[in-house]
Every structure is written in structure tokens, then in C-alpha cells.
Write a protein that binds this ligand. Structure first.
Ligand code: ATP
Length: 319
């Protein structure tokens, strides 16, 4: 099979209609579907792959809108459940003039946090070739237990586990709590993707030199990736490591670049799992993922800018 199952949150982002303002200064907001695991599932489907999303939405207009967006993009939403009592999560997100992203979340608690282990669609999880998740679903019970159970089910069924911690510090009670809980499931993963700033967050060292990154390596890992924005990506596998530069594009909005990168890489890995043991194949897969991430930065928003396979191959050929 080639199924990528993503587990976690899907929410509505509210993004200012004008660039470079604080949330308080924003004159108006546009709604945009978001949530890293949901973005990854749509990235996989947009590339022509098989994708399913597992999570909980509010039984409200936004929840139904998000489920429809999954379906319209070819993602299996059969494992999405709806909570009658809680709202779909909202986040107000802005890229300020100083380049920092500012988040304000409405999750008190939101439906995604209320997914229980009993509500998991075990059949979908068992069909996964890759099971992908982040760390936001680890923050609060009962979703935390559902997340841990889903990882167990996937692993027992033979899936590769893929982890993009993507920390949102504002959602945790402290930095230390975030770091500890994010690292509490570190050893279970087969594939881990972090960004440059996340290496610093997790190790306390502001460097992506190999000796620093290797502090995050575990002997059970198959692949550790460090994305470097426009610089591309560093990769660490059991028997080889290296850097793969990205492609030259006109960057407009980086939202979703990391998710596009992950979706593209997982698409390649389910098509040929031997890429994890073969440096030449792995470098090809990472080039594809870099191109997918690069294209996603050329337009505003995450989901609208995710490319098809043809668009990715075109960028790679024209480079
Ligand atoms: P996010 O901002 O979505 O959390 P991230 O920090 O995880 O993303 P980035 O490192 O910004 O991820 O981007 C992911 C990948 O997308 C990079 O490894 C690179 O391949 C590609 N990419 C991002 N920005 C650019 C750029 N300006 N030019 C070329 N490629 C880019």
C-alpha cells in the first residue's frame, strides 16, 4: 500500500488581509484551513498520493467546512469524528513586520483536543504505510492518550512512524514542559523532521552542525531531517548523511512549506521505502520534497499553494 495517514489537528486560521501587521493592527482577516497534520495529508493527495486524516472537529459550520476541504482535495475523511459539545479550533496568525509569526489560539478546549482512544478509526490506522503526527495532539488529555494509542496501533501494524514536532510554545504551560513532552515520544519514530530553530529549541544549542543535530539522533531512527528554509535540508540516515540544496524561487509566504516538504517526502517513501537505505534514492526524494516546499512559498497560504506532481517535476527540470 501507499497510504499516508496523518493524525492530529485541523483548524481554521484567520490571516490578516494585509501583510506585515500585528494582530491588533489587522483591519480584517481571511479564513484559511490549517493544522500541520491536515496540511500534510492534503500535500500528499495533491501530489497524487493516497492520504487519510484522523482527528476530531467541532460539529459546527467550520468543522463541516474543513471536512469538505479534505474530501475536495482527495483526502479520506472517513476517520474524522465530530464533537457535539466543542467548537472547531481557531487560530489568528500574522506575519509581523519584524518577520516573526504571531499566533493567538482559541482552544478552550476545542474539538481536536477531545478525541478519545475509543473514537480512533483502527481500520484506517492499520492500513497506513506511514503514520504521521505532530506534537500539538500531545498537549492535553484525552487527545494525548488517543495519540499514543494511535502510534501503537500503527506501529504494531507495521507502519513507519513519522514525526514533525512543529512546537507551538504558546500552547504549552512552559518551554520545559513542551520540550519534555515533545521528546517523550522521540524514540518511537522512524522518521523525524525538525527545522533549524527547532534544533535549538530541543538541544539548547544554536547550531545545526552535525555534532549538535546528532544529539537528536536515535539508533532506531531511519531518517532525521533538518529543514533550512531557502538553504534546503540536511539529512541523517543510518549509513549516510548530507545536505540537499533547495531551488531558487520568489518567496512570498512560507506558511505550509514545512508541511509540503514532509508530504512530498512521505509520498516518495511510501512509493519506494528502500529510499531510506539508498543514498541516491533518498537524495532524489529530498530534492522532490525541497521543490515541493519551495513552490509552496511562492503563493499566499498553505493549502492553496501546495503543488501537483507535475509542477514539482517542472521546477526540478528547469533548475
Ligand atoms: P514552516 O514555516 O511551515 O513551519 P519549516 O520551518 O518546517 O516550515 P522551512 O525550512 O521553512 O520549513 O521549509 C521547508 C522546506 O521548504 C525547506 O527545507 C526547503 O526545501 C523549502 N523552502 C522553504 N523556503 C524556501 C525558499 N525561500 N527557497 C527555496 N526553498 C524553500
Amino acid at each position: 500500500g501507499e497510504l499516508v495517514v496523518s493524525f492530529g489537528e485541523m483548524l481554521v486560521d484567520f490571516v490578516p488581509t494585509v501583510a506585515g501587521v500585528s494582530l491588533a493592527e489587522a483591519p480584517a482577516f481571511l479564513k484559511a484551513p490549517g493544522g500541520a497534520p491536515a496540511n500534510v495529508s492534503i500535500a500528499v493527495a495533491r501530489l497524487g498520493g493516497e492520504a487519510a486524516f484522523v482527528g476530531k472537529l467541532g460539529d459546527d459550520e467550520f468543522g463541516r467546512m474543513l471536512a469538505a476541504i479534505l474530501r475536495d482535495n482527495g483526502v479520506d475523511d472517513g476517520a474524522v469524528v465530530f464533537d457535539a459539545g466543542a467548537r472547531t479550533a481557531l487560530a489568528f496568525v500574522t506575519l509581523r513586520a519584524d518577520g516573526e509569526r504571531e499566533f493567538m489560539f482559541y482552544r478552550n478546549p476545542s474539538a481536536d483536543m477531545l478525541l478519545t482512544a475509543d473514537e480512533l478509526n483502527v481500520d484506517v490506522i492499520k492500513r497506513a504505510t506511514v503514520f504521521h503526527y505532530g506534537s500539538i495532539s500531545l498537549i492535553a488529555e484525552p487527545c494525548r492518550s488517543a495519540h499514543l494509542r494511535a502510534m501503537e496501533i500503527a506501529k504494531e501494524a507495521g507502519a513507519l512512524l513519522s514525526y514533525d514536532p512543529n512546537p507551538r510554545e504558546a500552547l504549552w504551560s512552559s518551554r520545559e514542559e513542551a520540550r519534555t513532552k515533545i521528546l517523550s515520544i522521540w524514540d518511537q519514530a522512524d522518521i523525524v523532521k525538525v527545522s533549524e530553530s527547532e534544533v535549538e529549541f530541543l538541544t539548547g544549542i544554536n547550531s545545526v552542525e552535525d555534532d549538535v543535530v546528532m544529539k537528536l539522533w536515535r539508533p532506531t531512527f531511519k531518517l532525521l531531517l533538518v529543514t533550512l528554509g531557502g538553504q534546503g535540508c540536511k539529512y541523517y540516515a543510518r549509513d549516510f548523511r548530507g545536505v540537499v540544496p533547495s531551488y531558487k524561487i520568489q518567496q512570498v509566504d512560507t506558511t505550509g512549506a514545512g508541511d509540503a516538504f514532509v508530504g512530498a517526502l512521505l509520498r516518495k517513501i511510501v512509493q519506494d521505502p528502500s529510499s531510506l537505505q539508498n543514498q541516491e534514492k533518498l537524495v532524489e526524494a529530498i530534492k522532490f520534497a525541497n521543490a515541493c516546499g519551495a513552490i509552496t512559498t511562492t503563493k499566499k497560504g498553505a493549502i492553496p499553494s501546495l503543488p501537483t506532481e507535475i509542477e514539482v517535476l517542472q521546477l526540478m527540470e528547469n533548475a
